[in-house]
Structures are given as C-alpha cells and as structure tokens.
Design a protein around this ligand. Structure first.
Ligand SMILES: C[S@@+](CC[C@H](N)C(=O)[O-])C[C@H]1O[C@@H](n2cnc3c(N)ncnc32)[C@H](O)[C@@H]1O
Length: 271
C-alpha cells in the first residue's frame, strides 16, 4: 500500500510522482483548446455536431480481450454519461466543469477580476469556467503534475503541489493575496476506500495550509473531500478561520461517488 503523505510533509524534490501519467489527449481537450465554451444549455433533442440523429444514450461496450473488466465498465459509464456528452458538446475539457458551474451558481465564488488558484487543474475544465466567469481582469493560476494544454486567461504550473517549492511559485504567479483557492485534487485511487479517503483528506489539508497563507480577508476556499469521516480536524480549522462552512454535492458529481465539496467563505484573515 502506498504510504500516506501527511499534509505538512512536502516532497523535497521537484520530480513528479512515479505513478503519475501524462494526460491522455482526448477529443474533448483538442476541441476545447483555447476556445471559449458556448452556452451551457442545449436543446437535448437536437443532434450533436457530426450526428444525423441523437445517439442512443445506453451505449453497450463489448469486453475486448485485452481490456480489463474495470476499464470496460469505465468506458461504458463514460459513453453513457450525459455530462460527458454535454461537456464535449459545449467545449469544456472535463465533466468536472459542471461541478464548478453549479458551486458558483450556489455560492457566487467566481467574482470578476478576482485572484483565483486552482489546485489539481488538469485537464483544465475548472480553469475554463474560472476564466469565462471571472473575466479578462481576473488572475487565474492553476497547478497540476500532469501537463495541461494552455487555457486562455490562465497561467499553469506543471508541478506537484506537495513539492515544498510549489506554494512560493504559485504566490509569485498570483502577484498578491488570493480571493479564492479551489482544490479538486484527487490522488489516483487504490480501491481501498478508507485509504483513498485519507489521501483525499491529506490533500485537502495541504490545500487549506496554502489557502490560510495566501487568502485575503473575506476570501473563499473550496475543496474536494470524501464523505466518510476523518475530516473532523479539517472542519474544525475551517470553522475557526471562515465565517461560513458548508458541504455541497453538485448534481453533476456522480451519485455513486463519495465525493463532495466543502465550501468555506469569509476568511477571517491570518493576523
Ligand atoms: C479530478 S482531477 C481535476 C479536474 C479539474 N478540476 C478539471 O475541471 O479539469 C484531479 C487532479 O488532481 C491532480 N493532482 C492530484 N494530486 C496532485 C498533486 N499532489 N499536485 C498536483 N496535482 C495533483 C491530478 O493530477 C488530477 O489531474
């Protein structure tokens, strides 16, 4: 089992973790490159570009000899996922884009001209949403140890956020205190539920360490967490340092996933 990284134990080298794979180039990434996504809603009865009629949503996937059963299930789920189809149709790089759109609709996080940091930003869906919503005067900085093709209006650092040099690099790129720190970071899953949960909490705690250092008073923090305990310390810290702390599970977050988001607003400042 991979040893857990305590949040304060930052990696000493700048090399990316051995298991990290480069982002696959998908059609979504290619079609969305630099393009401004269009309207969010579309007539669902209308055919998508290149289709003569709406595709059957229930796509069957044959198990190929060389494909593992788990991969077949993943592929089937992707092909039948309406958010994956909608993201592709609208030019978002990931279905995750809808999660930030929903969170922003509810909590009004992405303010025009804001300084925003996106931790774990590959393949770039949240960066696209932030750039579109916060506008051209915003400063948007993303980090991921995977390569992320350029997003108009955002600066991207290809680096492990747990590298001890990462926070200073991000602060330099930001050029001032942040209004919003977002973390959608997720380590590759092990399949062992409590291990995966602890790893997510460790990443969320590292993100909060950074947020407490970099946020301006009144700023906000959003982080992916998993339902299932062991986030007591995180919540305690959030409640001490922010005026409001809420959990949210966007509709676009898969219902069979334990994923949810913690949204903390009104940073009290670190004086
Ligand atoms: C769910 S994806 C983020 C999706 C993104 N919000 C979007 O809309 O496209 C989680 C990302 O966290 C990144 N990640 C996990 N641990 C990280 C770390 N220590 N440093 C940098 N990135 C990390 C992964 O590489 C992955 O790309």
């Amino acid at each position: 089992m991979t040893p857990l990284l305590r949040p304060m134990e930052r990696r000493k080298s700048s090399s990316r973790p051995k298991k990290a794979k480069r982002a696959k180039k998908t059609n979504i990434a290619t079609t969305a490159l630099g393009a401004e996504p269009e309207k969010r809603t579309r007539d669902k009865s209308a055919p998508m570009a290149g289709e003569s009629k709406p595709r059957d949503l229930n796509v069957h996937v044959k198990t190929a000899k060389k494909r593992e059963y788990g991969s077949t299930l993943w592929l089937k789920r992707q092909l039948n996922d309406p958010y994956v189809r909608q993201a592709k149709a609208e030019g978002w790089r990931s279905r995750a884009a809808f999660k930030l759109l929903e969170l922003d609709e509810k909590f009004k996080l992405l303010k025009p001209g804001a300084r925003i940091v996106d931790l774990g930003c590959a393949p770039g869906g949240w960066l696209q949403v932030a750039a579109k919503t916060a506008g051209t005067k915003a400063t948007i900085v993303g980090i991921d140890y995977l390569n992320v093709p350029a997003v108009a209006g955002a600066d991207i650092l290809e680096m492990d956020f747990l590298d001890e040099a990462a926070p200073e690099r991000l602060k330099t790129m930001l050029g001032g205190k942040a209004d919003l720190v977002l973390s959608d970071m997720a380590a590759p899953t092990t399949g062992h539920r409590s291990t995966d949960h602890l790893r997510i909490v460790a990443l969320a705690e590292a993100a909060l360490d950074f947020a407490e250092d970099v946020l301006a008073p009144g700023g906000s923090f959003v982080s992916k967490v998993f339902a299932g305990g062991a986030e007591g310390d995180l919540l305690k810290r959030l409640k001490q340092n922010f005026e409001s702390v809420k959990h949210a599970k966007p509709k676009s977050s898969r219902s069979d996933s334990a994923e949810k988001y913690v949204v903390a607003t009104g940073f009290r400042g670190n004086a």
